[in-house]
Design a protein around this ligand. Structure first.
Ligand code: C2E
Ligand code: MG
Ligand code: MG
Ligand code: MG
Length: 288
């Protein structure tokens, strides 16, 4: 039949697109059981203070160990999880695991006086913001684990909050009032109105990796330098801390430190890794 012949012709014309569609379909089908089967795991990437180089905490980054495809990065499956709604239980699982991990670091570091409490950053997807259970789930997890709200930072992308109405901001406000930090992730990519920042219950700006990348050349582009300088001074005048992501070289770290950024994250310090690795890095820090 003409229809199936057409389908075949399409398949031959673009086998790659077809393979992608098949994989996407397969991943979507496998997602709901992946959580029950324990196929997700979390890697932690240190957050380092630019002033003294100490490890202050870590960002939790979820991965999927797929039985056929191996380790999949979140960019491959988070959009699918958002689409199917699995992001709500998956996000809750990531939050609980990460907060438990923070508790374990704290317990293991008990004797190390020089070491402040390690903080844990967890990403929230927009679907979790609109889910009514977010605040209660977070409160329950903090209570169950005995971790202080001040040790938790929830990261929400700038684009998720652009044009956000009060209903969307309400759960974030309640969490912020409890002492949980809210970070604006990938900041600088979303064309948000800077004056709008005052309205948002955020305490940290995470400057997008594209800014860090523009610090690669030396001397860096003077316009980019001015932009980062402006963002940092605005952030600080609003009492917001500035974290930079994607720091890959010492030169970038130094440039961003001179520009006044507070905390950094990137391969220059460490790639995301297992929780024991963070423990070692944090301890090495105090004995160095
Ligand atoms: P993000 O929150 O902006 O996380 C930073 C991403 O940059 C991570 O990618 C990290 O591995 C990568 N990265 C860190 N340092 C460097 C560097 O020096 N150079 C380069 N080129 N990349 C660096 P990853 O782990 O693939 O995560 C991608 C995104 O997936 C995250 O971006 C976040 O938006 C999302 N994601 C990860 N885990 C979760 C989660 O548990 N829940 C939700 N909703 N989203 C998550
Ligand atoms: Mg993040
Ligand atoms: Mg980010
Ligand atoms: Mg990013």
């Amino acid at each position: 039949r003409a229809k199936s012949a057409g389908g075949n012709r399409f398949e031959l014309a673009d086998p790659e697109a077809d393979a992608r569609a098949i994989t996407r379909h397969g991943l979507t089908t496998a997602l709901p059981t992946a959580l029950d089967r324990g196929e997700f795991f979390i890697e932690y990437q240190p957050l380092v203070h630019l002033g003294d180089g100490s490890v202050r905490g870590a960002e939790a980054l979820v991965r999927w160990l797929h039985p056929q495809h191996g380790v999949l990065s979140p960019d491959r499956f988070i959009p699918l999880a958002e689409h199917t709604g699995l992001i709500v239980p998956l996000g809750r699982w990531v939050l609980e695991q990460s907060v438990r991990q923070a508790r374990e670091w704290r317990d293991r570091h008990g004797g190390a006086e020089a070491l402040g409490p390690l903080r844990i950053n967890v990403n929230l997807s927009p679907c979790q913001l609109t889910h009514p259970g977010l605040v209660q789930d977070t409160v329950d997890i903090l209570e169950r684990t005995g971790v202080a709200p001040e040790a938790l930072c929830l990261e929400v992308t700038e684009s998720a909050l652009i044009g956000a109405d009060d209903d969307l901001l309400k759960p974030l406000r309640r969490l912020a009032e409890m002492g949980v930090d809210i970070a604006l992730d990938d900041f600088g990519t979303g064309y948000s109105n800077l004056a709008n920042l005052r309205r948002l219950p955020v305490s940290v700006l995470k400057l997008d990796r594209s800014f860090t990348q523009s610090m690669q050349q030396f001397p860096a582009d003077p316009v980019d330098l001015k932009i980062v300088e402006g963002i940092v001074s605005l952030a600080h005048s609003l009492d917001l801390a500035v974290t930079v992501e994607g720091v890959e070289t010492g030169a970038q770290a130094e440039q961003l430190r001179l520009l006044g950024c507070d905390t950094a994250q990137g391969w220059y310090y460490a790639r995301p890794g297992p929780p024991e690795r963070l423990h070692e890095l944090a301890l090495a820090d105090t004995t160095a």
